[in-house]
Design a protein around this ligand. Sequence first.
Ligand code: NIG
Ligand code: FE
Length: 414
Amino acid sequence: MSDSGVLNDIGYLACCRDEGDQSDVQSLTGAAISWKDGTFDFVGPAGDLPEATATRAQYSAGGNAVFPGLVDCHTHLGFGGWRADEFRMRIEGRSYLEIAAEGGGIRKTMAQTRGASEEELRDHCEKYLALYVRQGVTAVECKSGYGLSLEEELKLLRVYRDIGQKTPIEVVSTLLAAHVVPDPDKCNENCYIQMICDDLLPEVARQGLAEFNDVFVEEGAFSKENARKILRAGSDLGLRPKLHVDQLQDGGGAELAAEVNAVSADHLEYTSADGIRAMESAGVTAVCLPFASLHLNQPPMKTRAFMSAGVRVAVATDFNPGSAPCNDLPLAMMLACTMSRMTPAEALKGATLYAARAIGRDQLYGSIENGKRANFIEVTVEDVDHWMYHFQANSCLATWIEGRQIFRASPQAR
Ligand code: NIG
Ligand code: FE
């Protein structure tokens, strides 16, 4: 299939350029788009299509809606085993931290991930990438964080590198060695941090295995002071900071994200007004993770306070076996609307352009505009409001990456 073409008969198009506020998705009806060598070169009313595009492959959207390719900018895709028992225990009234203190939580998944071979982890990740394509997801950020030793963290990052080479979806890797201290009796927090800073980060940088360096700042995980140390060590090696912050309490994490110039700060259920202001001044993208709030029974992130302060809010799944065992990004968008009071248009810009911004890719994709990669999806809905309102699984009809159709739903499935 050619990577130059024209898509006509678009019933509703949302461009999602970085203009206006978060609700401004620049929608058009009766639109067409064209692309050359995988890059958009026309977006506008069908009647204005340049004549020169007539010789390219012609496609019809059949009156359906077209959106930028979705981006899942926060996942823990690579893990071994599940924790359904913890799901039940939380419903019975136990807290996430209590379960973790009793041998469940991240350390339980660590043990199961260490027990999985690279091949098993690749198969697991590839299964979910195949599901992502069917949802219209065109890029996925993947965190390590269940290996928690030099060798095991490198193993997870190699899995991401290898799956990324085999799929048209862009896989963006983040080191999350600072998820929890794996075995505090053998090597305490300081000892583990020393290993991260002296051995693991330099090795990850040397092998080019990750672009971002993430830290979980929370009681039972890492302090703000130690996070600063780990993020600075990463920045010195060219790994940009990302942060899990203010998820279970306000730990001043949003302020830290601003101070270290993090590309994003994620969770933010308990962030203060000062923290929001700090993120706005530093241009840090906020990431709303509705599945985690839902599963841990936390108050949802107050996205309206962030957006009215001028912070861009991305939406992601946080897919992991503990706090967010679901990798359905459109469903996360719908929950960002219902739980966090984002409008459907705001959630859409959050799962496209601003999600791309949360992984440093907003100059390359995330919106439908000339010069950007032709990543887009056809969805069987009349507009973005209807998509989120009458929510149905499998409304994505086709997924295109750099002008190539990588998924089309079979007619029987419609
Ligand atoms: O993003 N908050 C820390 N990490 C994950 C949960 C990981 C787990 O429970 O396995 C999260 O929610
Ligand atoms: Fe997470």
